[in-house]
Design a protein around this ligand. Structure first.
Ligand code: SAH
Length: 452
């Protein structure tokens, strides 16, 4: 067994789901931070177990072909961009390979074409949402990002992946903390008020909302914060989200308006959306359009179809498709998001879209049992990383749609589910990765399935 602090030379062959380089030496699997596939590194063992060890690259002996010096000052310590040591080309080929490996190995689908990943022309400053933890550090109040695998806050003044200008909001909050005496939340004791700073911007409208997640229902002297925020480009409102639970989950259920608007608006193509701070909304506005256009083309709509959009969030895909379909039915589990989806249908004057709240695996069988006339021609699913519940896939198979469009943020669960749908009588026609998250290990994919 290795011992702590031992130095080991290892060549990295793969990368984990959380961004550590994976290599093998002396019969052990090593998970090495700051190392990428193709590197040979000298790594320091941080934690040794029976079959594997956690290590950190201390010296790059032979760099991988795509290795670059990151531009970001907190690269390596911030847990956000795990691929900051890789050129964009190297990141893209990694994501391509990962998608193919999952489809072939987990899905066992040897012949399905995996199309070349759709990439960004300028893979920086793309994010429309920031989520910054607040807490105490040895050097006083800290506002920044979590380090990888921990809740230690790496103080950050600016993130290269967020829209330019967001740093003014962070500066305003920092000033507010200094002048208001607002206490920062402490995860250990559960004391203190400020937990997270959330900000979201509509790329098309440039509207920005700021939301503080608080351990309570109020903050001291909120006007001192609003004074500082209201002059910043695009800021339309400040609100609080109440989260008094001792949990890793960032958001609580209740949102309290303080100043201006709680929501922002944005548009995708010619559809306008209103977005609550607690609702899911794609973080990359440029690639969001690419993703939805791909989903639309795979849905093959002629205008006569009944389409179900499961895991619909605020109804983005539903409304994007509604103009090309007879009827769209969206299902989503977060009540705020369903309220947004309904309001968004109205706002766009789309009367053929309706939304239901609940877990898709529970709501869909109930809806179809009550009204068989709403049997879908096309089903779109866009589940979280864990993929679809098996029972939902079985319900979809029973409903027997002509096509299924599967939008996924995890190629491993996508591949697992494609296998089930494949065995259930559907042919996976093609799989299209779309790079929604440059800098990060995450891969977004759209797959088209047709009934055999
Ligand atoms: N299609 C939307 C949202 C995708 S994210 C868009 O592109 O914006 C996945 C969504 O699934 C989230 O809004 C989440 O709240 C929702 N969700 C998670 N589990 C669910 C379940 N069991 N049933 C229905 N929706 C669920």
């Amino acid at each position: 067994m290795y011992t702590k602090n031992q130095l080991v030379t290892v060549t990295i062959g793969d990368i984990s789901d959380t961004g550590e380089g994976i290599g093998h030496a002396d019969g052990f699997t090593l998970f090495v931070s700051r190392a990428i596939p193709g590197d040979t590194v000298r790594a320091r063992i941080l934690k040794a177990k029976k079959t594997y060890a956690i290590a950190k690259a201390e010296e790059i002996i032979t760099p991988a072909a795509g290795r670059v010096v990151p531009e970001c000052p907190v690269a390596g310590s911030c847990g956000g961009c795990q691929l900051s040591y890789m050129s964009y080309e190297a990141q893209l080929s990694l994501k391509q390979k990962k998608t193919e490996d999952c489809v072939r190995r987990i899905g066992g689908l040897a012949d399905v074409p995996v199309l070349p990943i759709l990439s960004m022309e300028n893979p920086k400053a793309y994010r429309n949402k920031g989520q910054f933890p607040v807490g105490s550090s040895q050097n006083g109040p800290a506002l920044g990002f979590y380090a990888g695998h921990s809740h230690r806050i790496v103080p950050t003044e600016q993130c290269m992946m967020l829209w330019p200008g967001h740093e003014k909001i962070l500066a305003a909050v920092r000033e507010y903390i200094a002048v208001s005496g607002a206490k920062l939340y402490d995860e250990e004791s559960g004391k203190g008020i400020l937990r997270h700073v959330l900000m979201r911007r509509g790329a098309a409208t440039r509207e920005v909302s700021v939301c503080l997640v608080v351990n309570g229902r109020s903050i001291p002297k909120p006007e001192l914060l609003w004074e500082r925020l209201r002059g910043i480009d695009g800021v339309v409102g400040l609100c609080l989200n109440v989260n008094t639970a001792k949990t890793n989950v960032i958001l609580g259920r209740e949102t309290i308006p303080l100043f201006g608007s709680v929501t922002i608006t944005d548009s995708v193509g010619d559809v306008m959306f209103e977005i609550s701070p607690t609702s899911f909304y794609q973080v990359n506005p440029v690639q969001m359009k690419v993703l939805y256009d791909t989903a639309l083309s795979y849905a093959g709509l002629t205008g006569n179809e009944v389409v179900w959009d499961l895991y619909c969030g605020i109804g983005t895909i539903s409304l994007f498709l509604a103009k090309h379909a007879r009827r769209v039915i969206g299902v989503e589990i977060v009540p705020d998001a369903v309220a947004d989806a309904k309001a968004n249908a109205k706002r766009n004057n789309l009367q053929n879209a309706e939304f239901y709240c609940g877990a898709a695996e529970e709501v869909v069988p109930e809806l179809i049992a009550n009204d068989p006339s709403i049997k879908p021609d096309v089903v779109v699913v866009d589940p979280p990383r864990k993929g679809c519940e098996k029972s939902l896939l079985e319900t979809i198979l029973r409903m027997n749609p002509t096509r299924i469009v599967y939008v996924s943020c995890d190629p491993a669960t996508l591949a697992r589910d494609l296998r089930i749908l494949s065995d259930g009588g559907y042919r996976a026609v093609r799989v299209q990765p779309v790079d929604q998250f440059p800098g990060s290990v995450h891969v977004e994919t759209v797959a088209e399935l047709q009934r055999r």
